[in-house]
Structure formats: C-alpha cells, structure tokens
Design a protein around this ligand. Sequence first.
Ligand SMILES: [Zn+2]
Length: 273
Amino acid sequence: MKKTHFVAFSLVTVLLSGCATTTSPSASGVERKQFMMLSEAQVVSMSTESYLATLQEASKKKTLNTNPAQVKRVRTISQKLIQQTVHFRQDALNWKWEVNVEQNDQVNAYCMPGGKIMVYTGLIDKLKATDDELAAVIGHEIAHALREHGRERMSIAYAQQAGLLGLAVLAGTSKNQNAAAVGVQAAALGSTLFFALPNSREQEREADRMGLELSARAGYNPNAAVSLWQKMSQQGGSAPPEFLSTHPSNEARINELKSMIPSVMPLYRATQK
Ligand SMILES: [Zn+2]
C-alpha cells in the first residue's frame, strides 16, 4: 500500500472508531452515528461548572427561582419528561438532573449536557405557555442532552480547528491519548462552545422527533409543539426571541412537526386512559 493511501485508510479508521450513537432509537427512530472526540465525563463536568456559575450569578442578582408556584410547575413537568428518558438511554435516570427557573425576559430555555435545565420566565410569561407547550420545549431540550449534541458540536469544532484527526494518524497516538490532550484545551472553552455553536439542522430534527416522543409518553399532548412554534414565530418583531436565533421557526419546521406527530399520538392516547 502506498504511504498516502495508508494515511487515508488510517484516517477513515480513526473517524469510524470515534463514531457511535448515544441513544436507542425507541419509537422516534433516531439512530444517526455521531463523531465524538471529547469524553462524555469531560463535557458533563465542564457543563456542570458553567451551570453552577450561572446559578450563583442569578442567585446574587435575586433572579433565581423567584416564583415558587412557577418553579414547582416547571419542575413537575420536567420530572415527568425525565422519567421517560429511559426509553432512549438507560443511564439517563442516574444523571444529576437539575431544573431551575431564571427571571429573564428572553424567550429561552436550555438543557446542558448531563441534565442541567434552565427555563427563562420570558418563555412562560410572554408566550403564555400551557403545560403541554412547556413540555414541548423542555422535551426538545432534554432530547438535545440525551443525544449529546453539545458534545458532538464541541468534538467537531476541535477536530476542525486543530486538524487533530490527521495529527493523530501521523503520530500514531491512540484515540484515548489524543482525546485527553484535546480535553485540556476543551476545559477552557467548553461552555463557551456549548452556547456559541448552533445545533445543526439535523440535530434540531432529532431533538424535535425525540422531544415529541418524550412529551407523548409523559402524557402531554404532542400537538402543543405546533402551537408553541406558532406562538414563538408571532413573537418575532424587531427583536426576535433568543430561542428563535438558534431554533429558526419557519413553515417548513412546523410542517415537519405536523408530519411527525401522528406516529407518537398512540403513546399519548395510552396515557389518557
Ligand atoms: Zn433545539
């Protein structure tokens, strides 16, 4: 084998060995292989640190969990969704889930790797969100965490920036050694990357699909995903809500959701008996 061919062959081997899927397909059928360079533990630890800092800052500003009834509502909905995560991955029930509400006018919510959920009051108040609609947003965000989309985005960014895939092949280092070296740099930038890098359209589609299933199984009407996105896009105006900048809500997305809903309706109906 010529040397160049050998390098190309090795590169493919490294790429493939770094690829796996994070979740079981369950009813949603999501089973795309993902490229992961950073370890799950590393990404979860960076996220936990970043989340803790956010809580401390909000606490200092007296914007953390200011309305007990609202916090109770968000936590109740989240817990029901979290109980259903077992259909996608066995380990998720053992995650250190946290659910908090921040007083913030932005229409936004997120779930960081490892299950750290934050819902902004803007999402609840401005959209006058129903329980079903809140479940649609939170379920979607939980799905991103289950699929480890943040870890995937960070991994791709690192591979691209440092050209480390090629280096790993040429230096003949093992995948794990390489991941450890990358991890040192990742620790500094991890949470920044989590928020800075947008989800890909494919990741969004997966989160929509799995989020609908989580909602349906938890007893929330999956049709609320449609009304939620319609409300969201009506918020538009001069300053679109934060959520829209990372989650473009257009006719196509809403139509896609509509086409996904029938497959999870039996799961929802089963909870209503
Ligand atoms: Zn999303």
